[in-house]
Design a protein around this ligand. Structure first.
Ligand code: IMP
Length: 496
């Protein structure tokens, strides 16, 4: 006979936190959101941790190099999507690792033979007013000069005037060698009262531009997540099919951590993938596994050697439940797995972090997930709304939207994520292709979300995540109180 659960499976919106005692010491500015990313032994520190408990979903419409840089700047981590050729995924990883905050590869370049008209067109297209003049017009060609809007007067010059006749020539430019540190570059910028400093290599080829304005932005990233060489940290999704080729390439590109991306993690395929990594790299290479939704699944992956375990019963774009009638409410799944993780810790002395993946609709769901035992949260829809996500921003009926599609949709065709060992194809869809409301920059939104998380943690009397997990009091809410939880019995003046 089939096993029947006594309780229905529940989602985050069915729960609320109950305020606890908070002392005067417990203020949002003092709250730490630091959290472990990989397993560790009792009494020891995890080898990798994050400064905020947020990671971005392993999805084409969410995690590319641009989003990864923006999220690492805020203290979180992206897992670059694996449903792409190995070479392009490795290239995205390399771009994150090569990125030096404050050092920009020039993307507006001309050759000296080009004209004022070319300069104006480029400025219009890119919105950039500093244009590098290189021998071949490429970003890393031999530097001949710089053009800014101080070098030309459109009303006094003809459009066919050659760049070489009005650019600021190299001899008159302040520039420095590529080894210059950001601090030194900024001292030069200030000493010479310039806005931009080109850095060149020993062959006089342009390597980077350092802008005065970027230094100020860089200084603001107090939580940035960096490795021991001060490069941004980045993760990568892998699958249980081509790991023998993909894993070495991603590691060579500099990936800090891997995660097996699957809708069904309680499977021998995951164990085989982890075995391959342990056989070839020992414990040096970190790999998360999932998704699971119950204690048995957690134990299986913990015993298989996963560095963290991902818990997920489906996200905003998920149609697995209607297609296959399988899944579990995210809150119930998380609560059960967190109990299993604590029992495993008690028994073995090894703490395996858990990641709650998908289903975050409101910011407070993040706080709830942490309180229920998640060490960090994976979000797809949330990040897809921002400027930095890889998808197009479109205007629909007067409102800006961003595209967001599931890995199991016909658009992504990520058959490996749903692979049960059959043909190499996606037989039916488990996700949709959709739009989400455009929401602006990642930085502004993450800061706002986390200010709410910190504030709620203080309401619960918790100054860090482990304390929240110990002190949180959580209640189920009735359907009436869910309705009355929002503005009710009033007529809103502004549409929200
Ligand atoms: P969200 O934050 O609610 O948008 O959920 C994101 C999560 O949904 C991802 O991290 C995946 O675990 C999951 N997911 C991604 N694509 C699909 C799909 O096509 N079908 C079902 N689940 C998906």
């Amino acid at each position: 006979m089939a096993f029947y659960y006594e309780e229905p499976s529940r989602t985050f919106s069915e729960y609320l936190l109950i305020p606890g005692y908070s002392s005067v010491e417990c203020v949002p500015a003092k709250v730490s959101l630091e959290t472990p990313l990989v397993k560790f032994e009792k009494g020891k520190e995890p080898e990798l941790s994050m400064n905020i408990p947020m990671v971005s979903a392993i999805m084409q419409s969410v995690s590319d190099d641009r989003l990864a840089i923006a999220l690492a700047q805020e203290g979180g981590l992206s897992f670059i999507y694996g449903s792409q050729p190995i070479e392009s995924q490795a290239e995205m990883i390399e771009k994150v690792k090569r990125y030096r905050a404050g050092f920009v590869v020039s993307d507006s370049n001309v050759s000296a033979e080009m004209t004022l008209q070319d300069v104006l067109r480029l400025t219009e297209q890119t919105g950039h007013s500093t244009i590098a003049v290189t021998e071949d017009g490429s970003p890393n060609g031999k530097l001949l000069g710089i053009v800014t809007n101080k070098d030309y007067r459109v009303s006094r010059m003809t459009p066919d005037t050659r760049v070489k006749d009005f650019m600021t020539k190299l001899d008159d430019l302040v520039y420095a060698q590529e080894e210059t540190t950001l601090k030194e570059a900024n001292d030069i910028i200030w000493d010479h009262k310039i806005n931009c400093l080109p850095l060149v290599n020993k062959n006089q080829e342009l390597v980077y531009l350092v802008f005065r304005k970027d230094y100020d932005t860089h200084k603001k990233n107090e939580y940035e997540l960096i490795d021991s060489s001060k490069r941004y940290m980045v993760g990568a999704g892998i699958n249980t099919r081509d790991y023998e080729e993909r894993v070495p390439a991603l590691l060579k590109a500099g990936a800090d951590i891997l995660c097996i991306d699957s809708s069904e993690g309680f499977s021998e395929w995951q164990k085989l993938t982890i075995d391959y990594i342990r056989r070839n790299y020992g414990d040096r290479v970190k790999v998360g596994a999932g998704n699971v939704v119950d204690a048995e699944g957690f134990r299986f992956l913990a015993e298989a050697g996963a560095d963290f375990v991902k818990v997920g019963g489906g996200g905003a774009i998920c149609i697995t439940r209607e297609q296959k009638g399988i899944g579990r409410g995210q809150a119930t799944a998380l609560i059960e797995v967190a109990k299993a993780r604590d029992a495993y810790y008690e028994e073995t002395g090894i703490y395996v972090p858990i990641c709650s993946d998908g289903g975050i609709v409101h910011d407070y769901h993040i706080t709830l997930a942490l309180a229920m035992g998640a060490d960090f949260i994976m979000l797809g829809r949330y990040f897809a709304r921002f400027d930095e996500s890889p998808t197009k921003r479109v205007n629909i009926n007067g409102s800006y939207m961003k595209e967001y599609w599931g890995e199991g949709s016909a658009r992504a065709r990520n058959w490996q994520r749903y692979d049960m060992g059959g043909d190499k194809k996606l037989s039916f869809e488990e996700g949709v292709d959709s739009f989400v409301p455009y929401a602006g920059s990642l930085k502004d939104n993450v800061n706002l979300t986390l200010s709410k998380v910190r504030s709620t943690m203080c309401n619960c009397g918790a100054i860090n995540i482990p304390e929240l997990q110990q002190k949180a009091k959580i209640t189920l809410v009735s359907s009436t109180s869910i309705v009355e939880g929002g503005a009710h019995d009033v007529m809103l003046r502004d549409k929200r």
